[in-house]
Design a protein around this ligand. Structure first.
Ligand SMILES: *Cc1c(COP(=O)(O)O)cnc(C)c1O
Length: 820
């Protein structure tokens, strides 16, 4: 915040009603997330009603962290908040936005507003990195660009800042006008406008028009003239002296052309005064070069010299807007966040660390924070974060960071530079620890990651936990709030890795997990997963483990019921079980004809407590089978009433899998069983766009070979070159789960955005690809599934389904998790 807020100001700004007045210290921070409160006493907590969470449920949590000033929408949960100042408003979101607008108006520095379809976050980060070498600046953390993200970004602007860079993103008409009043940028950057038909907008023109509202009062607007629609709209709406255009070709205010070189690209700048300059960058891809040119022009407009800009360019890296989890040596788990180092980013990374599965210790490896401004207050804030997140150990690297005074519960080891850290690191016996590695670029902490990372072979499966969350939220949106969710994490969570995914689902508040075998359940329990777990295929030999690990087996036959009942009786124990009712799948389960005998067994063995009754639809994914599905659902109801009659209590009832949730939402009953949909595949094909792909299977090129027409490739000489050309050998084979049926041109992979076919037979650990005419190098990344290569299409090419491709990815392929 630029200035502290008094109670009078708060009331005036939010137009709120003072419900109760407690002792009111002035407010210097605003929070909407009770997990992130550092100076409770001076913090105002705004209870937002989000889609997923309701801030009103966290008032007590905020109170326990010292907060005594609240903005709420109703007085329902406020009675325990004694001696607090409580303001009631109609809309907490509007109050938050009004407060942001107020903070913006207190700020006299320059505000740079960025919008457009792609590149916003990267340009913000790059421009931030270039400017930070000269000014004290604020910028939105990560990609906080929404109706709530923008206000939170604006609260990050403080008195000492000279400039702020804020990004704005919208998904609905009307949103940008609101963001404009909050950001009021002095300088605007319009990145580009995607062709994708944006949700909520009737046309691209409407979307563009809406985005440009951000620049209503901007003095200067930077944009690329080659984007014809943007150029037309801007010149229509704004006088030319407010527009700063750049282009590949002569004709814009700045000409910035690019030329590929051996190691990167050369950018030639011709300025409006015809001054010439050349920049060099290691980027060669079109998107990065466009983002870079937006950044250069904006920095020039802000008064930096070409030489100053060029000095910063080599340190701009592909902004990894994601915190990557990596498997470390000695069972450590690494969080790699080595591209920048500022307080806001540190906070986000520590929060991510805290949300991981607990390990032995929480360790932070941190470099100097290259943040202008008062150093000692910066390190005081770091110290606060260390105690807030209860870190056990810090490795502090650099000269400034010597000022850090950590709380007594945390050991700090200081190092002059990265080389010293690397030298001493092996003496610390890191084992089974959770380690966040966060450093400014110049400290080259990638060397630290390299030293601590477990070596993996070239193939990885990347799993985007944020996409998983979005998919979960999508299915939740089709359900009543009271309907429970059971998540199928059988078969290694459809290949994605059961433990990490189960842990993440626990955080997302799923209600139940299901696995195929007892062993899968045991390993989840050993990894401290606490959710109830249903086991689909239990066997007699595993009864001991079912009870020991609190797992809930499915019982699908009379004989199995009796065996389990007798086991429980002789061990004087009870167990929760689920009854599978066969209504037409004809796989496992009790039929109508079993019900009478089942009734007898239920009376005979009360040790079996029936947690749920369920059935499985045989054709939920096809309209063709709607009649059959409806009959299954009706039969399920009738079997359930018979069983409930025997029991005298009502277990949960559930029938729908992912496809069923979409097709038969009226039959969601008490719970649904979500599987493939969570992993990003909508098998009905009805809501493809609502889901996000969760996993990408990748490998690398091991070697490139030039071959002549007629040469043969691989085993049995099945591949023949029908032209002079080249092939790439990639580090994946059928033992990794790359199906041998993809051999001989049936499968395609993606290299640098281009598709290339498999040539010859797939080998056990390797595959050859025809890359004739493509600009590819040894070591290049190769995508097997994901991004431009849809799993559904690949599966279709070899006559199977996405389920099989996903679950066949071998366990030797490393799983790497990230949040974007
Ligand atoms: C695997 C499975 C599901 C989940 O099916 P999806 O099609 O992946 O959603 C649901 N119920 C049972 C009994 C299952 O075996």
């Amino acid at each position: 915040m630029v200035n502290a807020l008094t109670l009078q100001e708060l009331l005036l700004i939010t137009n709120g009603q003072l419900l109760h007045q407690g002792h009111h210290p002035s407010v210097t921070a605003i929070s909407t997330d009770s997990r992130k409160i550092y100076h409770g006493k001076q913090t105002l907590f705004v209870a937002l009603k989000g889609f997923k969470v309701n801030g009103h449920d966290y008032l007590m949590d905020a109170f326990s962290k010292g907060v005594r000033t609240f903005i709420v929408e109703n007085d329902k949960h406020i009675s325990p908040l004694t001696d607090c100042t409580i303001i009631v408003v109609k809309s907490a979101l509007e109050a938050l936005q009004a407060l942001a607008k107020w903070n913006r108006n207190q700020f006299s520095g320059v505000v740079i507003g960025i919008t457009g379809s792609n590149g916003k976050t990267i340009i913000k980060e790059w421009l931030g990195q270039i400017l930070a070498s000269r000014f004290d600046i604020a910028k939105s953390p990560k990609s906080y660009n929404s109706q709530t993200g923008v206000p939170l970004s604006i609260f990050g602007i403080e008195n000492h800042h000279k400039a702020a860079i804020i990004e704005a993103g919208i998904s609905l008409p009307g949103e940008m006008a609101k963001l404009q009043t909050i950001i009021q940028p002095n300088i605007g950057i319009m990145t580009n406008i995607g062709t994708a038909h944006a949700e909520g907008f009737s046309s691209q023109a409407e979307k563009l028009h809406e985005k440009l509202l951000l620049f209503k009062d901007a003095q200067l607007i930077v944009y690329r003239k080659d984007h014809a629609a943007i150029h037309r709209a801007l010149t229509d709406q704004f006088p030319s002296d407010r527009l700063v255009s750049w282009s590949d070709q002569p004709g814009g205010d700045y000409t910035l052309s690019t030329k590929k070189e051996k190691e990167g690209s050369k950018l030639t700048l011709i300025k409006p005064d015809l001054g010439l300059f050349t920049f060099h960058s290691h980027f060669t891809d079109e998107a990065s070069l466009e983002n870079l040119r937006h950044t250069i022009v904006a920095a020039l407009v802000l008064g930096l010299s070409e030489t100053q800009i060029q000095q910063s360019i080599p340190v701009l890296d592909t902004v990894e807007m994601r915190l990557t989890l990596k498997a470390g040596i000695h069972q450590c788990l690494l969080i790699d966040d080595t591209y920048n180092n500022d307080l806001a980013g540190l906070d986000i990374a520590l929060e991510f660390l805290n949300s991981q599965r607990p390990k032995k210790r929480k360790i932070l490896i941190l470099s100097d924070l290259l943040q202008a401004g008062d150093k000692s207050s910066v390190y005081d804030s770091v110290s606060n974060l260390i105690s807030h997140y209860q870190l056990d150990m810090v490795f502090a690297v650099g000269s400034d960071i010597g000022q850090l005074k950590a709380p007594p519960s945390c050991t700090v080891n200081f190092f002059r530079d990265t080389a010293h850290l690397l030298e001493k690191l092996p003496t610390y016996a890191l084992q089974d620890d959770l380690i966040l590695i966060k450093g400014a670029r110049i400290f080259q902490f990638e060397r630290v990651v390299d030293a601590l990372q477990e070596r993996i072979h070239g193939t990885v499966l990347e799993i985007n936990l944020n996409a998983l969350r979005k998919n979960f939220t999508f299915y939740k949106s089709l359900l009543k709030p009271s309907t429970k969710t059971m998540i199928m994490v059988k078969a290694f969570a459809y290949g994605g890795g059961a433990t990490e995914i189960a842990h993440h689902l626990e955080q997302l508040k799923a209600d139940y997990l299901a696995v195929a075998y007892t062993d899968e359940g045991v390993s989840l329990r050993q990894e401290k997963i606490k959710l109830p777990i249903m086991v689909l295929n239990p066997v007699q030999e595993s009864f001991g483990n079912l009870i020991k690990y609190d797992l809930e087996p499915v019982v699908y036959s009379l004989s199995f019921f009796r065996q389990l009942g007798e086991y429980c009786q002789s061990n004087a124990t009870t167990i929760k079980v689920h009854l599978d009712l066969d209504t037409g799948m004809h796989r496992l389960g009790f039929g109508e004809e079993d019900l009478e005998a089942l009734g007898t067994l239920l009376h005979q063995f009360p040790a079996l407590q029936i947690a749920s009754l369920y059935t499985h639809l045989a054709g939920a994914d096809e309209a063709l089978h709607e009649g059959y599905s409806k009959r299954q659902l009706a039969q399920f109801q009738s079997m359930c009433s018979t069983i409930k009659g025997f029991l005298g209590y009502a277990p949960l009832m559930h029938a729908l899998n992912s496809a069923g949730i979409v097709r038969y939402p009226a039959h969601q009953l008490d719970m649904v069983r979500l599987g493939i949909g969570l992993y990003g595949i909508e098998v009905n094909g009805l809501h493809e766009n609502a889901l996000q792909p969760v996993s990408v299977l990748k490998t690398t090129i091991s070697q490139i070979k030039h071959l002549k027409k007629g040469d043969t490739v691989g085993y049995s000489r099945k591949g023949t070159m029908d032209h002079d050309g080249k092939i790439a050998t990639i580090a994946i084979g059928y033992a990794d789960g790359y199906d041998r049926r993809f051999s001989n041109g049936t499968g395609q992979v993606l290299i640098n955005g281009q598709k290339a076919p498999v040539i010859g037979n797939i080998c056990m650990d390797m595959t050859m690809i025809d890359v004739t005419g493509m600009n590819v190098h040894e070591g290049d990344e190769v995508i097997i599934y994901g991004h431009g290569l849809s799993l559904k299409e690949q599966a279709k090419a070899i006559g199977t389904i996405p389920y099989e491709l996903l679950t066949n990815i071998s366990s030797r392929v490393k799983r790497v998790y990230y949040l974007d």
